[in-house]
Design a protein around this ligand. Structure first.
Ligand code: P6P
Length: 321
């Protein structure tokens, strides 16, 4: 019999968050248990492989992208506190006909290129206030990250973990064999310094000078300007890379690069960068677009992309310098 608190205990004890936002978190957390089970079933359930269509991002959709999107969409539409949703996998927003409550943006299965090779993937979500007295429109989703009332992710890895921030602090819950979320990490925080960076090195020749210089300095190791050796990791699932940084420090970079100069970056602001930036800042880290705090950016389009540099605060400052 565990003595660990459950997510329900934690939400009940949370005094400052709006009761209704707790209902939204509980609905998402329940849906992610279902997602964890379908992801874990893999080839057994026939859920691996391509879906044979591309999404609004012009990316090949996996069957699990669609399955997990439907699970979350159904759970949110059934939650009375949800007024609308936006997903990486849906071109348009969807409203529930309800006024007030909350808007949810999400990436149902981040890192889906890793699914078929059994590498960690995740769900990312952001909860925003909905307009009062009327149905939500797309413009209502275009709020800066500082206006998020909650954010979180679930990483489907060796453990399935939910990492969540409501009014303050960052908390980690591990999914039990019985399908409960148990509070296992009460004070998640990121060390201000690190010797580990995460970036897709194959793009090195396409980076802008500040990023190239920063990585070059790290690669020169203890005989170079940093005076210490660096390690590198790149999972190619933002959730897995960010989770590692929350657990042991580090810096994650997905910067602008010259491959598609008109594209500001690969990651999406509303349902990847903003939720992760809120979590990272609440854990004592920093998250910028290379210059400006991600949370201070004013969104202009639902699926807009942004460069991302996040993690150990002192390291992020060096990239922005
Ligand atoms: P690349 C996954 O597709 C994703 O959106 C993030 O989760 C991840 O950090 C990034 O793209 C990986 O991109 O170019 O290395 O495959």
């Amino acid at each position: 019999m565990t003595t660990l608190k459950t997510l329900a205990d934690h939400l009940a004890a949370e005094q400052t968050a709006d009761v209704a936002v707790k209902d939204v978190v509980a609905a998402i957390a329940k849906a992610c248990i279902q997602i964890s089970n379908v992801v874990a079933s893999g080839a057994i359930s026939g859920s691996l492989g391509a879906a044979g269509q591309v999404n609004v991002q012009d990316e090949e959709q996996k069957k699990l992208d669609i399955i997990t999107n439907d699970i979350l969409r159904d759970a949110l539409k059934a939650c009375p506190a949800v007024a609308g949703l936006a997903s990486e996998e849906l071109e348009e927003i969807e409203t529930t006909g309800r006024a007030g409550g909350f808007l949810v943006t999400f990436d149902p299965l981040d890192g889906s290129s890793n699914i078929d090779v059994n590498v960690s993937v995740g769900t990312i979500f952001s909860i925003l206030p909905a307009p009062e007295g009327r149905e939500a429109t797309e413009a209502d989703f275009l709020l800066s990250g500082r206006q998020q009332v909650a954010a979180g992710y679930v990483v489907y890895g060796p453990q399935t973990m939910l990492v969540l921030t409501l009014s303050k602090g960052v908390f980690g819950f591990t999914m039990s064999a019985e399908g409960d979320w148990l509070l296992t990490h009460e004070t998640v925080s990121i060390n201000a310094d690190t010797a580990e960076f995460a970036i897709n090195m194959s793009n090195q020749r396409h980076w802008a000078e500040p990023v190239r210089r920063y990585i070059d300095d790290c690669l020169q190791g203890k005989d170079g300007p940093r005076g210490k050796n660096f390690n590198m990791r790149w999972v190619a699932s933002m959730v897995a890379d960010v989770h590692r940084i929350l657990m042991r420090g580090g810096i994650f970079l997905y910067p602008w690069d010259a491959r598609e100069p008109d594209k500001p970056g690969k990651l999406r602001l509303l349902y990847e960068a903003n939720p992760m930036a809120l979590i990272v800042e609440r854990a004592g880290g920093k998250a910028t677009d290379g210059k400006t705090a991600i949370l201070d950016l004013q969104p202009t389009r639902l699926h807009q992309r942004v460069p991302v540099v996040l993690g150990s605060a002192n390291e992020v400052d060096l990239v922005s310098a």
